[in-house]
Design a protein around this ligand. Structure first.
Ligand code: SAH
Length: 393
């Protein structure tokens, strides 16, 4: 594959994607999904990676070393490196669920591996990686020794890669039980790896959840878009007198109840409410109900940069409605997992929400990446999660 003049700069800086617009010449006769070399406009080697002519990203970089051979041993080595990084950070007696492989951000484009206690869940997003399923399973059995590996490649991204299947099922070892249990910073959790959202749990919010606990002593807390109650458990642990978990999904709330109860918190004090968050916030305002701490962690409103305008209105409205029911001096924990919304853009939404409610928003803590969700400096698209802790006066 040959790049247009000047388009090699990003790749040399470490960006892992080559977009179609950067390509001068596609490789001829090379089957899609194979590893191909990329050269600059003068024919000089730049990188090698998975080629897929069907994708808007026809090449995903695997290596910038011309001598590196991409084979089963290479794949196993890369997986091992990712596993070793996590082993340095996590003690399974305290936190036994974390992301082992974070795709491009671990030099493994299109591969996600999450660990939940004794089980692993694999997600394969790209055609190139799809060919390596057996090698990946074997390497994970070797380096992690889980009880079982389950695949959850029921992800929309595969369509854009020209993949027609959405494989779900056991890859190796034992079938996981209906509820897999694990620890997160000492708290007990269960998740459903077979049918739960994502791979079963939102591991990326771990650091924010533990930070929320610090603000919850004697607080009344509202957890918007609670899913299985991750933030709620930590809020209750932090001494909240009442935590309301609101989510539209019934299965999510059943898990939230279970997660509160396995940690000894009564769902009578901490109700799990099946409701649209926008409607719930509206009713709270009408009833003049107010909270000390509000967590707002919605699904990605902007799935692409084309959807940004509509998404920006939704983010502003949501944060404004949350601020409307936050006590003066209360804590707003506001997150966005849209990669199309960068840090500054998200802050501008909060600024507008503050102006519209005539409240001052003081940012006291920010969060972008964590050790199991690393991000390359040259790959802003990979840093999708932003979370701002704010005092709203
Ligand atoms: N904060 C959670 C993750 C949230 S994921 C955690 O820490 O685990 C987003 C959640 O929003 C999903 O559970 C989804 O069911 C829910 N959701 C999406 N749109 C919603 C809406 N309009 N009202 C209520 N819940 C919604």
């Amino acid at each position: 594959m040959m790049l247009k003049r000047g388009r090699e700069k990003w790749i040399l800086e470490g960006h892992p994607w080559i977009f179609r617009a950067a390509v001068a010449k596609e490789p001829k006769g090379q089957p899609i999904g194979e590893v191909v070399d990329v050269v600059d406009w003068r024919g000089k080697f730049i990188a090698k990676g998975f080629y897929n002519s069907h994708s808007s990203i026809p090449l995903r970089v695997l290596s910038r070393d011309p001598d590196e051979i991409i084979d089963a041993q290479w794949m196993s080595k890369r997986i091992h490196q990712a596993v070793v990084l996590r082993a340095r950070a996590f003690d399974d007696e305290v936190t036994s669920a974390y992301r082992l492989v974070h795709g491009e951000n671990d030099f493994l484009p299109g591969l996600v591996v999450d660990k939940y206690g004794e089980f692993l869940v694999v997600q394969i997003h790209t055609l190139g990686m799809d060919r390596w399923r057996d090698v990946i399973a074997e390497a994970l059995m070797l380096h992690v020794s889980p009880k079982g590996i389950y695949e959850r490649s029921d992800v929309g991204a595969r369509q854009g890669e020209g993949l027609e299947t959405l494989p779900v099922g056991l890859l190796a070892g034992e079938e996981p039980p209906e509820q897999v249990d694990f620890l997160e910073n000492g708290m007990k959790f269960v998740c459903d790896v077979r049918t739960g959202q994502k791979t079963g749990f939102f591991l990326d919010q771990r650091d924010n959840r533990v930070n929320v606990a610090a603000f919850c002593q004697d607080a009344e807390v509202l957890n918007c878009f609670s899913y299985s109650g991750g933030f709620s458990v930590f809020a209750a642990q932090g001494g909240a007198t009442r935590v309301e978990s609101v989510d539209a999904s019934e299965p999510a709330l059943l898990l939230a109840k279970e997660n509160l109860s396995v940690n000894g918190f009564d769902s009578k004090d901490h109700p799990c409410i099946q409701e649209n968050v926008f409607d719930y916030l509206k009713v709270c305002k009408e009833k003049s109900r107010q909270f000390d701490v509000i967590v707002v962690d919605p699904p990605a409103f902007a799935k692409s940069s084309g959807a940004l305008k509509r998404a920006s209105r939704a983010y502003v409205r949501l944060n404004r409605m949350a601020i409307d029911v936050l006590k003066p001096g209360g804590i707003l924990v506001s997150a966005s997992c849209s990669s199309a919304v960068d840090d500054d853009t998200f802050l501008s939404y909060l600024r507008t929400a503050g102006a519209e409610t005539r409240r001052d928003i003081q940012v006291i803590k920010t969060h972008f990446t964590s050790i199991d969700h690393p991000g390359f400096v040259a790959f802003p698209e990979g840093r999708y999660l932003k979370c701002f802790f704010c005092v709203v006066t």
